[in-house]
Design a protein around this ligand. Structure first.
Ligand code: ZN
Length: 401
């Protein structure tokens, strides 16, 4: 048993069991810690990232984060076919509790994809709440809907909602108990909160790539048990729950879980003590074991004579660069123009156009994105890339060298 730097965000416990160290290549201008431990709370069993950071750092990061306003990022609030499938499932699950007049807020709504979907399905009292001013602008002026520019910490009780949806947000939140307190401020006395998060108890059933579910942004690894612990210890009761899956991109299935809660009618004591322990660490450890084994099969840098580039500059690329490659790529290709010109562990981030000045049969591109491998392959084909293309996410034996 060890002491954590970050107290357990579910029960505030300080004693933890170590599960895994994560180490990522450092991106210039990125302020998130690139090295931290994944731990299990000794008191309540919650699995979370033990970081040398505070709430303020994460708030600063998300305020300056442009990723979720771009159209290409999954979960950015767009309304593609696969977004519709996810929203449809969410709506179906919530349907016993819904009526068209319900006053609904979507917290962390991005560009308002879910709000649009709800409007199409007859709901009229809809508000988006989102910290990114760019997204709020889109919702107000393009979608002509209500939007409040706020992060969870700054929520105030001016607006009261009968249903607050918080989808794919809480896994990013540093101080969960504070977030729950803030969210309870904006619901009516009978108001409900619907939460959706990745389901850590099933990471191992969707093994896309080693350590894929551990990135710098997802700092809480929930399952239904730890979600229940969080909400019930903060005075809520569970109305409904389900374990489901979603598709962040076509063909990539990820585990999620959902909880619908409402304030307990008679407030009992805060249930922090005697909290039932969740056993998420067991399936998470299985996923870590799988990752360790799989990581050994991944390709390394090509022979010294060959120039190579990575394509994809997300968490997986940073993990791969720091933990697997024995030589540095000549550059890392990234479509987000805001990143071009910066570097990761000293490797320059370049645009696809810059890569094309190196288009030759001798040059290799290693695709270092788990989610967008197929899209990147298509783009390389379109650009008439002459060199070899490898995947940094799949075993060496499965690929031609
Ligand atoms: Zn705990």
């Amino acid at each position: 048993m060890e002491s954590a730097q970050r107290t357990c965000p579910v029960c505030t416990g300080k004693k933890v069991k170590f599960l895994q160290t994560m180490d990522f290549a450092r991106e210039s201008h990125c302020i998130l810690p690139e090295s931290y431990r994944i731990v299990e709370c000794n008191n309540c069993g919650f699995v979370y990232d033990d970081l040398d950071a505070d709430e303020g750092l994460f708030e600063q990061y998300y305020r300056s984060c442009t990723k979720y306003t771009s159209s290409g990022t999954g979960g950015a609030g767009g309304l593609t076919m696969i977004d519709r499938i996810r929203y449809h499932k969410l709506l179906k699950w919530l349907s016993p509790f819904l009526n068209a007049e319900l006053i609904i807020a979507d917290v962390g709504c991005g560009k308002g994809g879910l709000l649009r979907f709800l409007r199409e399905n007859g709901f009229q009292n809809l508000t988006g709440i989102e910290p990114s001013p760019g997204c709020v602008e889109v919702i107000r002026h393009q979608l002509k809907m209500d939007a409040v520019c706020s992060d969870i910490k700054s929520l105030n009780s001016t607006n009261q909602f009968e249903l607050v949806i918080v989808a794919n947000v809480l896994e990013h939140v540093f101080n969960l108990r504070e977030a729950v307190k803030q969210l309870s401020k904006i619901i009516t006395p009978n108001g409900m909160i619907a939460v959706e998060v990745p389901d850590a108890s099933r990471y191992a059933l969707f093994p896309h790539a080693p350590y894929y579910f551990f990135d710098m942004e997802h700092i809480n690894h929930f399952d239904l048990n730890s979600m229940r612990n969080l909400w019930s210890s903060m005075g809520f009761e569970v109305l409904a729950e389900e374990a489901e899956t979603c598709f962040p991109v076509e063909g990539m299935e990820n585990p999620i879980c959902r909880l619908l809660v409402q304030k307990k009618k008679r407030q009992k004591n805060d249930g922090t003590f005697g909290i039932p322990k969740s056993n998420t660490a067991i399936p998470v450890s299985q996923y870590i074991e799988w990752s360790q084994k799989k990581a050994q099969t991944l390709p390394d840098a090509p022979d010294t004579q060959q120039k190579f580039f990575l394509w994809g500059c997300g968490a997986y690329a940073k993990w791969f660069l720091r933990n697997k490659l024995s030589a540095r790529p000549a550059g890392i290709v990234e479509v987000d123009t805001k990143k071009v010109g910066q570097n990761v562990d000293g490797c320059p981030i370049i645009s696809p156009e810059m890569l094309m000045t190196e288009n030759s049969e001798k040059t290799i591109v290693m695709i270092s994105s788990v989610l967008y491998e197929q899209q990147i392959r298509k783009q390389l084909e379109k650009l008439k890339w002459k060199g070899q293309i490898l995947s940094a996410c799949r075993p060496r034996e499965e690929q031609e060298y």
